[in-house]
Ligand binder design. Structure first.
Ligand code: GDP
Ligand code: MG
Length: 466
């Protein structure tokens, strides 16, 4: 990183496209010497040297050195500050042969440029205030985005500075509190209650906003890994049939012989860009069969790893209060929230008993026939509701662990301040915590940043030429 600062007056160059054979390759030069270098190595269509190069215009010609033509190229000049780096920047579009790329790069270096390091172009863009730190990271996210959700978040952060703006807003509220405290230090006796209330409201607002951002980080787990849904219940209730219907495949063996499914069968379905993994498990019952018991043990283990549980049973069981009581007792024991457990009464095609309630003991219940595919949509709707659509639509998802850590630190100091404030500790002793809280938020956007480790860490993740 120190290198980046030391090299700031140097002109840098790199191949910005992946090194390898391709139709076209792009080479960049950024810095004061860019124009001088290009004048040395580029000639126009009429084989004459260029005297003056106009910005933002496509120039067609050849790379030529000591009367040897190396390639037919196009060059564009981006004049500072209106370029990616904020410096004079030239892009050369040459043919994508490895030999040509290397030859041109060597020529540029011979004429006075230095080979750029990873992320050095973006670092200069950051230093020249073309992008803030969060945007720099969004560029990285954009390059690395592998699915629709992350792509949308990255592009929104880059163009609309979505998260950046939210953080700025939070910082401004903290600054409000700080300036208010300064006034309060001057006029101690005046309207103390009103002022305290004002501060407390603002601090609660900050706390709430930070918590939302921090919480959103957890959603990444679901975007990356998907949701795990275990299908459990008594033998022969139709778990395997349901699994096959849900994934539209005959993956699980369906028979009327109890205890057929012994190993866990996995199936996948994508709903609204989210992956749902279903685990069809061995039926839960007391049995002497050694192998079946291993299956049941595996089922219990799988339950612990699940985000959602489907408890499937024959609708006839609803008539047996004792049995329902047993189910509830069992479900209470597993450490999964009630809202993430769905009771599924199956086989309504043969026994449709009249049952109007939508909940039993606060557990949601859905009535289906897995065999006749009745009520399956209600299950899909239930799953759809588990998708954090709101957060994703608003693009307020924190998907960078660095941001997550800084937000947590910021919140820590807000909480500390709040606690001391409520305990009436004098402001002189606690206003510093608000300053810390702002400092950690600054680390996210890169304002007033003087932490080289952070910068180093971020820009070293870029490829060369970016
Ligand atoms: N009538 C009816 N039979 C079903 C339904 N779902 C499953 N079955 C039958 O119940 C038996 C057990 O099904 P299966 O899916 O293997 O149950 P599992 O032991 O819970 O996996 C099979 O004979 C299925 O055809 C349903 O909705 N209606
Ligand atoms: Mg089965």
């Amino acid at each position: 990183m120190d290198n980046f600062y030391l090299r700031i007056n140097k002109t840098i160059t790199a191949i910005s496209t992946p090194l390898g054979i391709g139709a076209i390759s792009i080479i960049r030069i950024s810095g004061n010497k860019s124009i001088k270098i290009i004048k040395n190595i580029f000639i126009k269509k009429n084989k004459k040297k260029i005297k003056k190069i106009n910005p933002n215009i496509v120039n067609y010609g050849f790379i030529n050195y000591k009367n040897e033509i190396i390639d037919q190229v196009i060059i564009i000049f981006f004049k500072k500050p209106k370029s990616y780096t904020g410096e004079n920047l030239i892009e050369i579009y040459c043919h994508g042969s490895i030999y040509i790329q290397k030859k041109i790069i060597n020529l540029i270096i011979k004429n006075g440029a230095n080979l750029a390091k990873n992320g050095e172009f973006s670092f200069r863009a950051f230093l020249n205030k073309k992008i803030n730190l969060l945007q720099a990271e969004s560029i990285l996210d954009l390059i690395n985005s592998k699915n629709k959700i992350y792509h949308k978040i990255a592009i929104n952060n880059l163009i609309n500075s979505k998260i950046s703006n939210i953080i700025l807003k939070i910082q401004n509220v903290i600054l409000d509190i700080l300036s208010f405290i300064e006034i309060k230090l001057d006029f101690l006796e005046e309207n103390i209650n009103i002022k305290n209330k004002y501060i407390l409201n603002k601090i609660k607002y900050v706390e709430k906003k930070l918590k939302i951002l921090i919480k959103s980080f957890k959603i990444n787990k679901f975007i990356n890994n998907g949701f795990f849904v275990s299908i459990i219940g008594p033998v022969n209730s139709g778990k395997s049939t349901l699994m096959n219907v849900l994934i539209n495949e005959n993956k699980s063996i369906v028979t009327n012989i109890p205890g057929t499914t012994r190993d866990i069968v996995e199936g996948k379905k994508i709903i609204n860009n989210f992956k749902f993994y279903f685990f069809d498990t061995a039926g839960l019952r007391k049995t002497k069969s050694y192998i079946e018991n291993i299956g049941i043990k595996k089922t219990l283990k799988k339950i612990l790893e699940s985000n959602i549980i489907f408890y499937v049973f024959d609708i006839l069981l609803l008539k047996k209060k004792k049995y329902i009581y047993k189910i509830i007792k069992f479900l209470k024991k597993i450490k999964i929230k009630k809202k993430n457990i769905l009771l599924i009464a199956n086989k309504i095609d043969i026994n449709n008993i009249n049952f109007k309630k939508k909940k039993i003991n606060n557990y949601n219940i859905i009535f289906i026939s897995a065999k006749k595919k009745i009520g399956i949509n209600n299950i899909l709707n239930y799953l759809n509701k588990k998708i954090p659509n709101k957060i994703i639509k608003k693009n307020i998802l924190i998907n960078n662990i660095r941001h997550f850590e800084e937000l947590k630190k910021s919140l820590k100091y807000i909480k500390k301040f709040k606690k001391n404030f409520l305990n009436k500790v004098p402001f002189e002793f606690i206003y510093i915590d608000l300053k810390y809280s702002i400092k950690y938020l600054n680390n996210i956007n890169g304002n007033n940043i003087n932490n080289n480790d952070i910068l180093n860490n971020i820009f070293s993740k870029f490829c060369i030429g970016k």
